[in-house]
Ligand binder design. Structure first.
Ligand SMILES: *Cc1c(COP(=O)(O)O)cnc(C)c1O
Length: 366
């Protein structure tokens, strides 16, 4: 008997590797591998989640109107052009399902988020990887890679795992230069970490070929609930809603996200704390010979002398119960991506890396 075969592209997918969450035999591990907010969600979001436990037998809202309205109010966006998904991952999947397919191309940056390639392949499209310039998105290279087969161009700004970002004028130049029939997808998973940055919302408003994705998983501290959203031209949102399941996100997630988006003071607090410890960690690492690019996110991409040194350091960290993210699969084998944790975690990770760099002998002031 011959086995049933999946659609073309699917067997080319390499399984997504999430950040490690535990070390066998160790308790109290510090997880700095998935860019989670160490402070967690705001109190109002946690309370909204608990309240949802009284209505677990009810199907959730299918139009997500209250959450879309709240996002619209807080960020001054048109709620009719917002779509909510089970994480922004689902919005990325909708985009690929709706616009990409066999004999089309999906462009993404060299060190871009792994889900772009996975969803392109799942849709039967051909992923096209475009070189960056020293870990920074290269608009000219992206434009040069576009053909009449290009349907989607994905870039995260700021980007994961590099932490770098490019300016609004450069992004606008990319959007303006895309071929007819291609959409620019601006992944704004880390947009809130950049004070005063709209994630590309104004560019969405001024054009008909730009979509922005956002998430509640990062600064809002709700990664466990799976809720994100997209903002785009009316014609795109109309298409995405046709492939979206009616009950794709839970009521608990909708309610918690609504509370989270309205708590702008908590968000500002998280941004300030993150910037403070990010700066401290990057400086402390640089002092011990581990440089990084200036990060616009909630992680630092620490660069080691070689892939071997990064791997050895990762082993050393893991043995001490500190989980960071090796990024060899992002073509950065000489780097480790370290999420900005709370003060204690930042101090601990720097201490252990210093220990690794300087050897065990000099370990007198624990
Ligand atoms: C974390 C992250 C996401 C968000 O994923 P969710 O599905 O919303 O949890 C999207 N894009 C990038 C670049 C990310 O790092």
């Amino acid at each position: 008997m011959t086995q049933i075969s999946p659609q073309p592209g699917i067997m080319d997918i390499t399984l997504y590797q999430g950040g490690a969450a535990n070390v066998p035999g160790l308790e109290n591990v510090v997880k700095l591998s998935s860019n989670e907010n160490p402070l967690g969600p705001c109190d109002a979001a946690a309370e909204a989640f608990r309240r949802a436990s009284y209505s677990l037998h009810r199907y959730p809202s299918s139009d997500h109107a209250p959450l879309r309205r709240a996002i619209g109010e807080v960020l001054d966006l048109d709620p009719d052009r917002i779509i909510c998904g089970a994480g922004s991952d689902e919005i990325i999947a909708f985009l690929c399902q709706a616009y990409a397919g066999p004999d089309t191309e999906v462009v993404h940056t060299e060190h871009g988020f792994g889900m772009y390639r996975i969803n392109a392949l799942a849709a039967g499209a051909t992923p096209v990887e475009v070189k960056e310039r020293e870990r920074v998105t290269d608009v000219d290279a992206l434009l040069a890679a576009c053909t009449e087969k290009t349907r989607l161009v994905f870039m995260a700004n700021p980007n994961n795992p590099t932490g770098t970002m490019i300016g609004t004028a450069e992004v606008a130049r990319l959007a303006a230069g895309l071929p007819q029939g291609a959409l620019l997808v601006l992944d704004g998973a880390y947009a809130e970490y950049v004070e005063g940055y709209d994630g590309g919302a104004a560019l969405v408003d001024s054009r008909d070929n730009v979509v922005m994705t956002r998430t509640f998983s990062k600064i809002h501290g709700l990664g466990g609930l799976r809720i994100g959203w997209g903002y785009g031209p009316k014609h795109v949102i109309d298409v995405l809603n046709r492939v979206r399941g009616p009950f794709n996100v839970s009521q608990a997630a909708l309610n918690a996200a609504e509370a989270a988006i309205r708590d702008t003071a908590y968000l500002a607090h998280c941004r300030v704390e993150n910037a403070r410890w990010r700066g401290w960690m990057a400086d402390a690492l640089a002092e011990i010979g581990v440089p990084s690019d200036v990060s616009c996110t909630n992680f630092v991409l620490a660069r080691f002398a070689s892939a071997q040194e990064a791997s050895d350091c990762n082993d050393h960290l893991t043995a001490q119960g500190l989980l960071v993210r090796p990024v060899g699969s992002y073509k950065l084998p000489q780097c480790l991506r370290i999420t900005v944790g709370d003060e204690a975690s930042c101090r601990r990770v720097v201490h252990v890396i210093r220990q690794f760099k300087e050897g065990p002998a000099d370990d007198t002031n624990l």
